[in-house]
Design a protein around this ligand. Sequence first.
Ligand code: BEV
Ligand code: ZN
Length: 266
Amino acid sequence: RPCSLAICIHKNRNDALHPLWQSPLSVPGGTRQSPIDIQWRDSIFDPYLRPLKTSYDPDTCLHIWNNGYSFLVEFEDSADKSIIMGGPLENQYRLKQFHFHWGAINEWGSEHTIDSRVYPAELHLVHWNAVKYESFEDAVMEGNGLAVIGVFLKLGAYHEGLQKLVDALPAVKHKDEIVEFDSFDPSCLLPSCPDYWTYAGSLTTPPLTESVTWIIKKKAIEVDEDQLEAFRMLLFTSPGEEEKRMVDNFRPLQPLMNRTVRSSFQ
Ligand SMILES: NS(=O)(=O)/N=C1/NCCS1
Ligand SMILES: [Zn+2]
């Protein structure tokens, strides 16, 4: 079973907890940690990789909430209504939630990097293997349990689809605030280009388990400055606490170790 944070903390109480970020800098015994720097020239084109198929039902969208790490949009996942399949995946995976990571300024913010290029933000669409496992919580502990699509955000044109999310953020400014959010189709946040890289990795926030098939889209989506600034007005802190702006909520790069990154394109 992949190493999970709880087990690692039990074994290694001296984990360095990065002051600015809750997840340990390194997970002892971790051989497939995320995020990583993807070296384009070292990635291997795999002609057997299929196109990724996504089918999201906007009616499964439940709410948006600030969990103190990021803001999450969560989906009803008791049936195969919002799913992905194909690509590097052997089974169908159900959408559980999506969230973002971003920086205090536009010069950094993403978790993955491409040839050391950092983006201002990164979207993660988190799915779990509903063919093999009963629940997200079970899947989180298994090597083939999760599939996360990563999409880079770059500074550019206003993104109409993102604005509905941005408009809801003031309502979840503080940690643990939650607000109903309905009929949102996250496929509007996916670039039209089908190209992606894929590799075996981990969650980048607790429980940091090595259970993720990462699918990183080659093309970034464009958002404008005001939309990025809206992310930065969120707070890590609860109402009444001294305010700490929710920024720089990304994990440092992890060693590639014995892994190959495959590309779906030549
Ligand atoms: N950033 S991430 O998507 O790799 N980490 C997660 N932790 C719990 C659910 S998603
Ligand atoms: Zn994430």
